[in-house]
Design a protein around this ligand. Sequence first.
Ligand code: ATP
Length: 272
Amino acid sequence: MSAPTPDENVVIRVRDLTNKFGSFVVHDELDLDVYRGEILGVVGGSGTGKSVLMRAIVGLRPPDGGTVWMLGEQTENLSEDERSAVNRKVGLLFQDGALFSSMTVAQNVMAPLRETLKISDQLAREIASTKISLAGLQPEAAEKYPSELSGGMRKRAALARALVLDPEILFLDEPTAGLDPIGAAKFDELIISLRDALGLTVFMITHDLDSLNRDCDRIAVLAEKKVIADGPVDEVRQNPHPWIQEYFSGPRGRAAQAANTFDVPAPERGRA
Ligand SMILES: Nc1ncnc2c1ncn2[C@@H]1O[C@H](COP(=O)(O)OP(=O)(O)OP(=O)(O)O)[C@@H](O)[C@H]1O
């Protein structure tokens, strides 16, 4: 396959991506573009391969076919050093936060710094405390262990760690899962404000219809081993595909839409 025409607004380009486990095909020649500065919501039924897609894009799982370009680099051709350089521009927040339970929040946040940069202990601490505050945690949280935090605080700690290397792209796997509606709304606001302040591109897997309506500039729907629809939420909502209709027009979809109709409109969020 020839490389597509470079487009500096496309920070992730996936073409013909195939992922399999044995004979079980998760993705079959899937295509997706993610644009600079957008919050892209990735949705789909359980088991449609949202997490596998994220893992393939960030290089945690070698795909069985196809090509991924991230920040202009064709990832399969990269040397180990080049891959590390690309990875440094990417922040990851996994479903369960994946914090090290034996480390404090500050130690968790500093871990990627220690792995990648040769900096003094004091500088690492200063950077970590800036990110902890950016993620909306009080300074006292830095010395706590994950088991001493609420679910929402653990997500924020994991977000602080994902931000510690000043990424250009943030990958979030179900960031509001397990949060109460108020906690989820606050987390959504945080993601939007970070994107606006830091110019991040956000790839967000979510089942949360409120988050989709509040946060996302575009969504991509996974079904039948591919991205079957992508575009602004209001546009995708009109797609006649049965899963999309059931998702948006079921009771939860209608409730989320009604709730967001009364929200104050989000500020204009164009692509950079
Ligand atoms: N390591 C693995 N070995 C075998 N099968 C796997 C593995 N990881 C994922 N799968 C399968 O791949 C499919 C896609 O999994 P994935 O976790 O990406 O789904 P998902 O869309 O993120 O689901 P959910 O919304 O429930 O989190 C599932 O059928 C899953 O069982």
